[in-house]
Structures are given as structure tokens and as C-alpha cells.
Design a protein around this ligand. Sequence first.
Ligand code: SF4
Ligand code: SF4
Length: 158
Amino acid sequence: MSSSNVVGPGGPQKAPPTPGAAGGAFVCLRCGECCLGRGGVWLRAGETGPLAEFLGLEPGRLEEDYLAWKNGVWEVKTGPDNVCLFREPSGDCRVHSLKPAACRAWPFYRGPLQDEGAFLEAREVCPGLRPLDHDAFRRACAAGGGDACRGLPPRDWR
Ligand code: SF4
Ligand code: SF4
């Protein structure tokens, strides 16, 4: 996911919209907009095995049916409508309890954290971000907003 295409995954079941989320500055509204395929959802090393087990699939079947190998990582495929294959018609995430770390971290990605333009792009998509300006977003991250704030490798948070 590049900083110019920062729209990422999060999921309608990501977190209850509690005022305490991310230090009180960011509240996920569970709208599911971030699962609509605007950016790739990639898996970190070690995520495919548990995901296959969760879905009751052989790893090869998971890869064949749900994943695509791109730029050295597995990405979750999207359907003809560009929606993540794990997104249910209801908007729920089929793999919610094991959703990729990339989904759990969104929208606290390195791109929007470091670049205000990328943040503004993300804010266009994510209504949870709309009350925030860039400084408030960065403060929310510092308050523990997401995995990307905890120093994970930049490659994981393009
Ligand atoms: S894996 Fe789940 S949370 Fe992530 S984009 Fe797909 S439906 Fe959304
Ligand atoms: S777009 Fe934002 S508010 Fe909507 S589900 Fe994703 S993270 Fe939550």
C-alpha cells in the first residue's frame, strides 16, 4: 500500500466505537469502507497458516482461492467488485478474529502518519478520521492507536 494509495483495511468489526479507542481521539465507526478493495491487504509472515486453519482449508487451497503473490508478499484477493474476498455481504469480516495485522493497524499506517497529504487521502475514505487533523492523528497514534505505531517494519505498512 503506497502512501499515495493509503486506503487500507480495517473492517466493520474492527473495534466497537468506544470513546476510549486510541486515546479518545480516533473512533472506528465500523462502516466497512476500508474493506472495499482500494488498496491491497497483505499478510505478514506466519499469518497464512493460522488463517488456513481457521477457515478449515489446506494452505495450498487458501493460497489458490483467496490469495495472490505480489511483490514478495501474499495479498488477499478481491472480487470483481474490488471488495476483499473475506468481506461478507453484511459488511462483516469473515476472518475477524484472525484478520491480517494490516487490517488491525489501519488507519495508523506509516504513510499517513508521516505525510499530511496521505493522511488527507485516508480521511476522505475513513469517517473515523474526519474529526481529526494531522496533528491529532499523530497524537492518537502516540496514545497507542495501532500496530503501525509500535515500530513494525516499514515494509509492512506501505
Ligand atoms: S480481511 Fe477482513 S478486515 Fe481485512 S479488508 Fe478483508 S474484510 Fe476487511
Ligand atoms: S473506514 Fe475507518 S471508520 Fe470505517 S471501518 Fe474502516 S477504520 Fe473504521
